[in-house]
Design a protein around this ligand. Structure first.
Ligand code: NAD
Length: 456
């Protein structure tokens, strides 16, 4: 395991010189951070806002390094890297800095008549030492945005970036200790063995983003210590397209949401549910939309990303035969390129409909109408996001009240997660817990009940 810290040489007295320090073991990392937490150093508002400002400075002073790393790991264009990782995190920091004092203000609670004269309120207490485990698809944002909430709540943090985005992991492990309080924040790089070793330790909260299989491992490990978890998972996020919509307008927004980061987005539209006539109109419209975004040869477009590794490339290419390719359908293993692909006439039993696609393949499944679409959605795991394009108020109302999903977006795929005042998180198989903005404070704090009786 590699842990990184910019700690002054004097702090290394007990572990040898700067150059011969043995790697710090997980138990030592946690004990060191817990000792800092116990001093109360992370509690004052000034420490919290100081950490957030430093994190912001890291993002603005080293944006080039991070953009290069994201390009190396995922072929992300710099536009995408800024929009979805760097600027996204800066916005989260700014929103938190703007409102933190307000959010942390104790909230008075009315007291019942038999306690007349007493005062009651709730206050947020930091939890202690928090573990943040991030995935590879937005490897900077999904490590840093939870950290914003954890630090703003006054916690010490162990940050575990994804080993599947090695350039970004290395950049963050190098940069974070130069900006944050290394007695309270540690970056631990590594894969399964390192994460398993970390999970053996007792944390006060574990915030995990990734797939549901590992989510179960994380939750089982947390249960041994009765540690609460937030699980930000994924799943198949459906898009219902109503017959009263403009195919070109729908296709433009759908393609932009689906093919961002080559489809490797947890809230990406996974598949389209629509009636056969609308499907026929959407097919050419989606072809036009892909061309408008990436030109006639997306492989040559700087704006289009790549698949993270060969394993995922092979998994995705095996799904390309699940329907009739309206556009795309090809790929190149050497460059991990898979064309933005739309599959029509897809049977619900086809391989592409069995698990989260997490890549640039958009199947269109037809249903007779809204009733069947709602039944189709409710027959499956609760998705992280549900999207719908419809002009009908009644349809919107029915989808909102008759289905359950982490988030619900009408007309704008992905956009709900950029609203800082909305909670972001899943339900059922798509996860538990929520964060962003003030919801991060709820996640990373304990809301303590306090009663102050009249003096005795
Ligand atoms: P990943 O493979 O990078 O794994 C995520 C983290 O889990 C990594 O840090 C990894 O080291 C760790 N890990 C992997 N195997 C482990 C094990 N056996 N024990 C302990 N830790 C382990 O990322 P992934 O899971 O492939 O990410 C993709 C999934 O994440 C998709 O399902 C996607 O929908 C979901 N996702 C959800 C969100 C969200 O915010 N809800 C965001 C992004 C991705």
């Amino acid at each position: 395991m590699r842990t990184s810290s910019k700690r002054r040489p004097t702090h290394h007295r007990d572990r040898g010189t700067m150059h011969h320090t043995a790697p710090e073991q997980p138990a030592d990392v946690v004990a060191r951070l817990r000792a800092t937490f116990r001093t109360g150093r992370t509690k004052p508002a000034a420490w919290r806002t100081g950490q957030l400002r430093s994190l912001r400075a890291m993002l603005t002073e080293h944006d080039g390094e991070l953009v290069a790393a994201l390009h190396e790991d995922l072929g992300k264009s710099s536009y995408e890297a800024y929009r979805t990782e760097i600027d996204f995190t800066i916005r989260e920091i700014d929103h938190t800095l703007d409102h933190l004092a307000d959010w942390l203000r104790p909230e008075p609670a009315p007291v019942p008549p038999h306690l007349a004269g007493a005062t009651a309120w709730t206050q947020y207490d930091p939890l202690g030492v928090v573990l943040v485990i991030a995935p590879w698809n937005y490897p900077a944002q999904l490590l840093l945005a939870p950290m914003v909430g954890a630090l703003a709540s006054g916690n010490a943090v162990v940050a575990k970036p994804s080993e599947l985005a090695p350039a970004t992991s290395a950049a963050l492990a190098r940069l974070l200790p130069r900006y944050l309080d290394t007695d309270a924040v540690a970056v631990v790089e590594g894969g399964v063995p390192e994460t398993t070793a970390l999970l053996a330790e007792r944390f006060d909260h574990i915030f995990y983003t990734g797939n549901a299989t590992v989510g179960r491992i994380v939750m089982a490990a947390a249960a041994r210590h009765l540690t609460p978890v937030t699980l930000e998972l994924g799943g198949k996020s459906p898009v219902f397209v109503d017959r009263d919509t403009d195919p070109d307008a729908v296709a433009a927004r759908l393609a932009a949401g689906k093919f961002l980061n080559a489809g490797q987005t947890c809230v990406a539209p996974d598949y389209v549910l629509t009636d056969p006539r609308t499907a026929r109109a959407l097919e050419p419209a989606l072809t036009r939309a892909v061309e408008a975004l990436y030109g006639s040869d997306p492989a040559a477009s700087d704006a289009y990303g790549r698949i993270v590794n060969e394993r995922h490339f092979d998994r995705l290419t095996a799904l390309l035969g699940s329907g009739r390719a309206v556009t795309g359908g090809d790929g190149d293993r050497a460059t991990k390129y898979i064309a933005p692909t739309v599959l029509a006439d897809v049977d619900p039993g086809a391989p592409v409909m069995q698990e989260e696609i997490f890549g640039p393949i958009l199947p269109i499944v037809t249903v007779p109408g809204l009733d069947e679409a709602i039944a189709f959605i409710n027959d499956r795991d609760k998705p992280l996001a549900l999207y719908a394009f419809t002009g009908s108020e009644e349809t919107r109302r029915r989808l909102a009240s008759e289905t359950s999903s982490g988030g619900l977006g009408f007309g704008l795929p992905l956009a709900h997660l950029t609203v800082s005042d909305l909670p972001f998180g899943g339900v059922g198989e798509s996860g538990m817990g929520r964060y962003h903005g003030r919801y991060s404070i709820e996640t990373f704090s304990h809301r303590k009940a306090v009663l102050e009786g009249p003096s005795a």
